[in-house]
Design a protein around this ligand. Structure first.
Ligand code: CA
Length: 155
């Protein structure tokens, strides 16, 4: 019986850690272990009733940061995560893919968004230890591939 209990607890805790990378009902945010274009990330999240994260408050930004800091990939020193903000429809007018609303809260890195070469319309969170970047926002080319963070839609 005791061994069974230890096993059960171990399995439960393992699940808790691993679940950050799976999108299921136990999480509000998840970080699939996959890289996609921005559109691919939208599709990946949307497929199961999720959406690419709508980071429309400091509280949500902080929550995502604290979860993202626990990703194994952070140990590599650099992680980039797509979020739902984009200005694909109108240059300089950023909206959220998930709800179509304009971006009000933001955490742009200094000098961003810069729409470099007129081609950067999708937003990602940028962690890079060596550059002291801690999940600030940057605009990049949408067809580039990155990891991403999904958010569960309200039922
Ligand atoms: Ca742009």
């Amino acid at each position: 019986m005791k061994l069974f209990q230890v096993l059960a607890v171990t399995l439960f805790l393992t699940g808790m850690v691993a679940c950050q990378e799976k999108c299921d009902k136990n999480n509000k945010f998840c970080f699939p272990n996959a890289v996609q274009t921005w559109n691919g990330a939208v599709e990946y999240c949307t497929r199961n009733g999720w959406m690419l994260a709508v980071v429309n408050s400091e509280a949500k930004q902080k929550k995502i940061e604290s979860l993202a800091n626990k990703l194994d990939a952070v140990k590599s020193g650099k992680v980039e995560l797509w979020i739902g903000a984009n200005d694909l429809n109108k240059e300089g007018h950023f909206v959220w893919n998930g709800n179509g609303k304009p971006v009000a809260y933001s955490k742009w890195l200094p000098g961003k968004p810069d729409n470099k070469n007129g081609k950067e319309h999708c937003v990602h969170l940028w962690y890079e230890k060596a550059k002291n970047l801690n999940w600030g926002w940057n605009d990049v080319v949408c067809s580039s591939k990155r990891r991403f963070v999904c958010e569960r839609k309200k039922l």
